[in-house]
Design a protein around this ligand. Structure first.
Ligand code: GCU
Length: 430
């Protein structure tokens, strides 16, 4: 009884907190403002970028550095020297006999009880060198597929009793809780492998001053938290995606040169950052990533940097706080994040009922990234106007894909169908 009252009070507090955070959210296109975007094709010294070489050797490194310094924070290290892989289970007849399923632990140090990341891997039997999708999940590998043989994630989770997360732990009830977001059968049937892992293994998603998670692995002697320009949680999650790719490079049935990074929402922001930093990702998919991801920050529409920094102070680097009240001073914007992936294909997906993420702003990041693709002789989105495409009419033929799907902030089978078609175009045809 006492517990349920407490739950109601906590809920009311949360609702009023959210309302307090969002009183002045703008959803009126006429009021988005007219702030000019930072120039993509002009170097800091004024040189105009007219060819792919100047972009690659000069402007791209400049922009990457700006994102590190002002937004996501520098990633202090790469692959740890002591990192190793341990296969903990193999099932030879997963997905109706179409795939081999493995559970693999990436140990980041020599110690078995040190920081680690548990992978869930599906390898299609029909392919000898399969392309793959690689993405972090929110709720644990056991939530991606209800099979009770998959290890129940023992880590910290946000409470959601209706989905089986109680006392910040996953219970048996949470098996399959995220299955609708991972169309494993469709992926495997099309000849793709899937590797996923839970983002909280890398850094639990709450503000604890970076005591837990992988950050302490890289602290210098005496350091207790990341510096102002060093990574927050998104940086750590993106780093983890690169470590997952390190594993795929050792998997003989996978073609590690055809790996698509995918992520939804905060993990969509993460995926863009992973793709920007690690050129081994051959294709990058941002699903409903919104502010701090694909949405143009200079558009005042839906979520803003101020709200993002207040609600999730641990996601970005501390320097990002400078732009909460002054977005015009931010030396980068989302079109540059997309452009950092060029000439690799990028897919940006929005949803009609996800106005918080600013679907039009997400589309425009692709549109304004296009000049960089053109330097490489690639079409970008390949559209002739900046009008947002019609609902449920995906743009699949360019190097930048886009769709605005009917429905809510989510990953659906419809989204996966577009990603598979887009990946087929880039991975399976010459
Ligand atoms: C919140 C947050 C978004 C984020 C989303 C998510 O809505 O404001 O920026 O993308 O959570 O990750 O689910």
């Amino acid at each position: 009884m006492r517990g349920s009252w407490l739950a109601i009070v906590v809920l009311l507090l949360k609702v009023s907190l959210v309302a307090a955070q969002r009183p002045d959210t703008n959803y009126d296109e006429a009021k988005v403002g007219t702030l000019p975007l930072p120039e993509l094709l002009r170097c800091a010294d004024g040189t105009e970028v007219k060819d792919a070489e100047t972009w690659r050797t000069r402007r791209r490194p400049e922009i990457l550095k700006l994102f590190e310094e002002h937004m996501f924070g520098r990633t202090p290290g790469g692959r740890p020297a002591e990192m190793h892989f341990e296969v903990t289970s193999t099932k030879s007849d997963a997905v109706d006999g179409l795939a081999v399923r493995k559970e693999v632990t990436i140990h980041f140090t020599r110690r078995a009880d040190g920081p680690k990341l548990d992978l869930l891997v599906y390898l299609p039997k029909q392919a000898t060198k399969a392309p793959a999708f690689l993405g972090l999940n929110f709720s644990g590998n056991h939530a991606v597929d209800p099979d009770p043989a998959i290890k129940l994630n023992p880590g910290w989770f946000r409470n959601a009793p209706e989905r089986g997360y109680v006392d910040n732990r996953a219970t048996e009830k949470s098996r399959g809780a995220e299955a609708s977001r991972w169309d494993i059968a469709a992926i495997v049937k099309r000849g793709y492998a899937l590797v996923t892992a839970c983002y909280t293994d890398l850094d639990p998603d709450f503000d604890d001053g970076f005591a837990n998670g992988v950050q302490p692995l890289f602290y210098k002697p005496g350091q207790t938290k990341p510096a102002e320009d060093e990574w927050g949680s998104i940086g750590a999650w993106a780093w983890g995606m690169s470590r997952m790719l390190d594993y795929l490079e050792t998997e003989p049935t996978i073609d590690a040169k055809r790996v698509a990074a995918i992520g939804h929402s905060r993990l969509g922001k993460t995926t863009l950052w992973a793709g920007a930093q690690d050129p081994r990702f051959a294709l990058v998919i941002s699903n409903n990533s919104g502010e701090g991801g694909a949405a143009i920050s200079r558009r005042n529409y839906g979520e803003t940097i101020a709200v993002l920094n207040r609600a999730f102070p641990h996601w970005f680097c501390d320097n990002y706080n400078r732009y909460s009240q002054d977005v015009a001073a931010l030396p980068v914007d989302a079109h540059m994040l997309v452009a950092l992936c060029a000439p690799r294909p990028v897919y940006i997906a929005s949803a009609v009922e996800d106005q918080w993420a600013d679907p039009r702003g997400e589309f425009l990041a692709g549109y304004y990234a296009e000049p960089v693709y053109k330097l490489f002789g690639k079409p970008g989105l390949g559209v002739s106007s900046d009008a947002t495409p019609a609902i449920d009419q995906p743009l699949l033929t360019g190097t930048i894909g886009y769709h605005l799907r009917t429905g809510k902030h989510d990953v659906t089978s419809y989204d996966w169908q577009q990603y598979l078609t887009f990946a087929d175009r880039h991975f399976k045809t010459k």
